[in-house]
Design a protein around this ligand. Structure first.
Ligand SMILES: O=C(O)CCC(=O)C(=O)O
Ligand SMILES: [Fe+2]
Length: 367
């Protein structure tokens, strides 16, 4: 691949193995630079995560979603001030249409550091809700191991992103607290087939809000699409043992728009096939940080590559909340309140009143 701007028609595939030799490492960094600036999405394959761990996690998904409805409802997100837990099919809307997916939000392990008097957003981080061990033996241990592996990779990858943007390898370190004080959020997601649901919208067009997303497509289905510079939807078919990595709005903002957050969506699997499963992992940044105070000074020769890319065309996504001046944890909390008003009504009554003065809406708006 050459490092030139163009309107992408497929997603670049980066081989982690290139990093192991001084001769090929710069090739990886150049490919990463291209992907960050011109696409906003990439595949990363042959990572230092054992295939067997992916296989083990993937094998649990039909079992967890196959639990009786009352077992899943017992873990409903409304139980949790941390917005962690189960969301039933069709609970959220994106761009005015209902998303046809079911999900469990599960985060990396962390005790809540919130006490009365601390900002509300500190309460966003805390323990997950897990299914009963007897219902899915080993799921908690296996998934926790998986989250740990992705978390480590996510920090390593942030170092590579820094290099690709012309910064020193620790150029993004200021965005994270010490790892033991950080929590990253993941979820397991099930998209039923088109004949089981009311529309073909698995999840509507949106940008991710955070820094970096590491997505495992956990079944062999097409459906994930990203929008290119001229507005066409480009397929991102699953590749085994491979992450799809994309940039969120927060990273776009602090790189002065050089690294792109790209609009994406998921179409429901075709009628008569089988459900699609996926596991996104959203890497967080420190909650107290105001992004407007941390816009990165990038080398001019790198920043000017933004000009080569040309103007971004129209995208179908709604914009995220403004990131500039609020602590990033507050921005996340507001987004969670909008996505899950029932959780907010119970645990954040003041914010709930602010955003929903007319009472509980029928749906949350995911993005
Ligand atoms: O399920 C997928 O493949 C993508 C999900 C996604 O984009 C999201 O939840 O932000
Ligand atoms: Fe997304």
């Amino acid at each position: 691949m050459t490092v030139t701007a163009d309107n992408f028609t497929s997603i670049p595939v980066l081989g982690y193995a290139l990093l192991s030799s001084p001769a090929t490492r710069p090739v990886f960094i150049a490919q990463l630079q291209h992907a960050l600036i011109n696409v906003g999405f990439l595949y990363l394959e042959r990572m230092p995560i054992p295939d067997a761990l992916f296989d083990d996690v993937i094998a649990y998904l039909p079992r967890v979603f196959g639990l009786p409805q009352e077992r899943k409802d017992a873990l409903r997100m409304a139980n949790s001030p941390h917005f962690l837990g189960y969301s039933r099919l069709g609970a959220e809307m994106t761009k005015g249409a209902v998303d046809q997916r079911e999900q469990f939000d599960i985060a990396t392990p962390l005790e809540s550091a919130w006490k009365p008097g601390k900002p509300d957003y500190v309460r966003l981080w805390g323990p997950s809700q897990w299914p009963e061990e007897d219902d899915v033996p080993g799921f908690k241990a296996t998934f926790t191991r998986y989250l740990g592996a992705v978390e480590s990779l996510s920090y390593e990858f942030a170092g590579l992103v820094a290099e690709a943007l012309g910064l020193p390898p620790d150029g993004l370190a200021r965005f994270y607290d010490a790892p033991e004080r950080m929590q990253h959020r993941s979820k397991i997601v099930k998209y039923p087939t088109r004949d089981q649901v009311a529309s073909g919208q698995g999840v509507g067009p949106h940008f991710d809000g955070g820094f970096l997303t590491f997505l495992l497509q956990a079944s062999d289905h097409p459906g994930l699409q990203v929008q290119n510079l001229s507005g066409e939807w480009i397929d991102v078919p699953p590749r085994p043992y491979t992450f799809v990595i994309n940039i969120g709005k927060a990273l776009e903002m602090v790189t002065q728009g050089l690294a792109r957050a790209t609009s994406h969506r998921v179409l429901a699997p075709a009628a008569g096939t089988s459900p699609r499963y996926s596991i996104p992992f959203f890497q967080n940044i420190a909650q107290g940080l105001r992004l407007s105070e941390h816009v990165l000074q990038l080398p001019p020769e790198v920043l000017k590559l933004k000009g080569h890319r040309g103007e971004l065309g129209q995208t179908d996504s709604l914009n995220m909340a403004e990131y500039d001046s609020l602590p990033s944890g507050q921005v996340s909390l507001i987004n969670r309140v909008k996505s899950h008003p029932d959780v907010a009504e119970r645990h954040y009554p003041q914010l709930f009143k602010l955003f929903f003065p007319d009472g509980l809406p029928a749906y949350g708006t995911a993005y």
